[in-house]
Every structure is written in C-alpha cells, then in structure tokens.
Design a protein around this ligand. Structure first.
Ligand code: MN
Length: 261
C-alpha cells in the first residue's frame, strides 16, 4: 500500500514523526507536509505565491518533501506532481490537539484529508486531544490499530473520509475507554478575544483558546472524546443542505425563474 502522510503542524512535528513510524508496517510512506505550522488554516490553498518544495531529512528517520504552503497544497502537489504513483491512502496527523465540533471546519489536518477525498482516495485525519501528558507514540500506535481494523474490514475504499480523535491521557487512565462512531458537534465555540493596546495606542485582539461549549444532548464527537473514547466521524465535503433544496427551489424567484426547461 502506498500512503501519503501529511499534517498541518509542519513536517518536523512529533505527531507526524511518530505516525510515520507506525505507518511503515502498512507499506510505502511518502511524506509531503507543510514547512511550518499551519494549524487552523482550514482548506485554504496558495495561489498568489509559488510553492517552494524542499527535500528534508527528519531526525534521520525518513526523508520527505516540505512545502511552504497549506496542508491542502501539500496533498495537491503530492498527488499531481511529486509522487511516482497515486497513493492508495492519504493520512493526516497526528495533530497536536483535538479536531471535533466546528473546529473540524477550521482544521488544516482535516482539510488535508478532505483534499485526498477530492482525489477520490480514502483519507483519514488523526488528532490527539491535548492533556497534561501527551504521548504521540501512543497516538500513533492507536492510529495503527484503527487502520489495521479498517484494512481487515476492507473499508479503505474511494469515498472513505474519516475524522479520528484520540482522548487525552488522564492521571487515572492512560488508554481510551473504547471507540465511538459519532456525528460532529455543532455547538457554538465560546471564542475569547483578549483586548489589548499596542505601544502606539492602537487596539488589538488576540484569540485565546475558546471556553468549552455547552454540548448537545445527543452523543457527538465532542462529548464522546470528553468521555474518554476514540471518536470516528465519517465526513463529506458536499456542503449542500439537501433538506432545504425543495424549500429554497420553491421560493418565488420572480424574473429569475426563466422559461420552463
Ligand atoms: Mn495542527
């Protein structure tokens, strides 16, 4: 199996290095990842600048390509140009920090997997919730266990797009309680903007970590992760609100209605 490994924390990130080690058991792993941290870059791409590519050696463990662009750029340039053959799977992560709820939309880690899905390649994003203790070797081991299961289930098919999160290590429990397949939470983030004044008297704001949102009653990625489970959420990038199609189509669009087809 040919695997493309990327992330949004940069090619030197410990989560990517650990995951590379765990993925080697599954086949040939090619690394094409951002040169620098690109967290919360969402699905942005680089169009106004060239994408500089560099061959880099990471901790003398592997060679990869660094791209001075976004996670989605990395998958594009890898699949279209850099790799000898189209990958059988795109893996993104392991991200430093959970990607659940509306953060899935902001996430560069998830965006890289979505870009893989644009190419119709089975794609998975892995993220590790932060705690007082973080062990990316454990995250990578868990990712490999999940992946092994998916291989056994013959689940790695075009169209597969999964967002996977690992719960933080707690003082009383190192390992996850189990795994839950859950929908994405849509609870509104309670953003905190710190207001300050610069030396020239100008007001500026600095985004702090949001407060924990009030979660929905039904189980979601956010609630299952908080409860200590690995969360698996199948995603789609078609943003169409199908439930509203008939309603919106039925509105009186007046002169725009045009002739009957
Ligand atoms: Mn990140």
């Amino acid at each position: 199996m040919k695997i493309l490994l990327t992330n949004d924390d940069g090619i030197l990130a410990p989560g990517l290095v650990a995951l590379h080690g765990a993925l080697r058991a599954f086949g040939d792993v090619s690394v094409v990842a951002p040169e620098s941290g690109q967290s919360a870059s969402g699905h942005s791409i680089t169009v106004a600048h060239p994408l500089i590519i560099s061959r880099v050696s990471v901790q003398e463990k592997f060679q990869g390509w660094s791209v001075d662009g976004r996670p989605a750029d990395c998958v594009k340039v890898a699949c279209r140009e850099l790799l000898d053959a189209r990958p059988d799977m795109v893996v993104s992560g392991v991200n430093s920090g959970a990607n659940v709820g509306v953060n899935v939309i902001y996430s560069g880690t998830v965006a890289a997997a979505v870009e893989g899905a644009f190419f119709n390649i089975p794609s998975i994003a892995f993220s590790q919730e932060m705690g007082e203790e973080v062990d990316f070797d454990q995250s990578a081991e868990l990712a490999a266990l999940v992946l092994r299961r998916l291989v056994e289930l013959d689940a790695l098919r075009p169209g597969l797009l999964l967002n996977v999160n690992f719960p933080r290590i707690r003082p009383d429990r190192r390992r996850p309680l189990g795994l839950r397949v859950v929908p994405q939470s849509t609870a509104t983030l309670q953003d905190r903007l710190i207001r300050r004044e610069d030396p020239r008297g100008r007001i500026y704001f600095w985004m702090d970590n949001p407060e924990r949102p009030t979660l929905e009653d039904e189980p979601t990625d956010a609630s299952a992760l908080e409860a200590g489970y690995i969360t698996v959420t199948p995603l789609m990038f078609n943003l169409t609100n199908r439930a509203d199609i008939a309603d919106v189509a039925g509105w009186d669009w007046g002169e725009f209605a045009g002739p009957a087809e």
